[in-house]
Design a protein around this ligand. Structure first.
Ligand code: ZN
Length: 235
């Protein structure tokens, strides 16, 4: 009899421990593994990968093949957004899925803490690339509030649509204000402009605003609004 009682407690204890470990594993999974991941998670920021299964995340500054030439995201392994920007991105993906089932938004950058912004600016300061990076001394940009996202579209096979240039291309071809001229001059194709228009339309549906100089960059609010009403990620 005593053996059965011990076995019963053993089984109950094992189940309890298994549940605890599973919960811990899930928490670790949603919080990411880096120091900056944990801070953003604690602030209530949203892990973009949890918004919609169609959204793909591929952080370009976590790899060496970005325009800076080396990985910048030590301690940041996930794409995080302020909850308002996360809601807007979810709406944008829903609109994209409605228009083109199988298509997904591919997020290449989202929240960028000021420590990373400073490191990035220091790397390009004094070079021709400096004008593409917001100066942290001036308060940085909307990525530093978790209110901007760099994004493109992938098809059902995970292939990026032709947008005329790659994400983070340095040059006037990345601008959105002279697209008709660029098509006429054979710099980008008419299909690339259609693809950009699709991206802009779904992002606008979510409440984002496009940036004239970079087809992939979208802000949720203006810089003055961010400064007045939101907290910069000063860590
Ligand atoms: Zn951007």
């Amino acid at each position: 009899m005593i053996i059965f009682v011990i076995m019963k407690y053993y089984v109950v204890l094992s189940l309890f421990l298994a549940m605890c470990f599973e919960t811990l594993a899930q928490d670790a999974g949603s919080a990411g593994t880096g120091e900056l991941d944990l801070k953003l998670s604690e602030m209530g920021f949203v892990d973009v990968a949890t918004l919609d299964t169609a959204i793909v995340v591929d952080l370009m500054y976590a790899r060496d093949d970005n325009f800076v030439g080396r990985a910048m995201y030590d301690g940041l392994t996930r794409a995080w957004l302020h909850p308002r920007a996360a809601d807007a991105l979810k709406t944008a993906q829903e609109e994209l899925s409605r228009l083109h089932p199988g298509y997904g938004l591919k997020v290449c950058d989202a929240s960028r803490p000021m420590s990373v912004q400073k490191q990035m600016y220091a790397t390009v300061r004094g070079t021709s690339k400096a004008r593409y990076v917001s100066n942290p001394a001036n308060g940085g940009g909307l990525h530093n509030y978790g209110l901007a996202v760099d994004v493109t579209i992938v098809d059902g096979n995970g292939e990026e649509l032709d947008m005329g240039t790659k994400v983070d291309h340095l040059g006037t071809e990345a601008g959105v204000s002279r697209e008709a001229e660029m098509v006429a001059a054979g710099v980008i194709t008419a299909q690339a402009v259609k693809n950009r228009e699709l991206l802009r339309s779904v992002m606008k549906k979510g409440g984002f605003r496009p940036l004239p100089s970079e087809w992939w960059h979208f802000n949720l609010v203006s810089r003055p609004t961010a400064k007045a009403s939101y907290k910069v990620l000063d860590f």
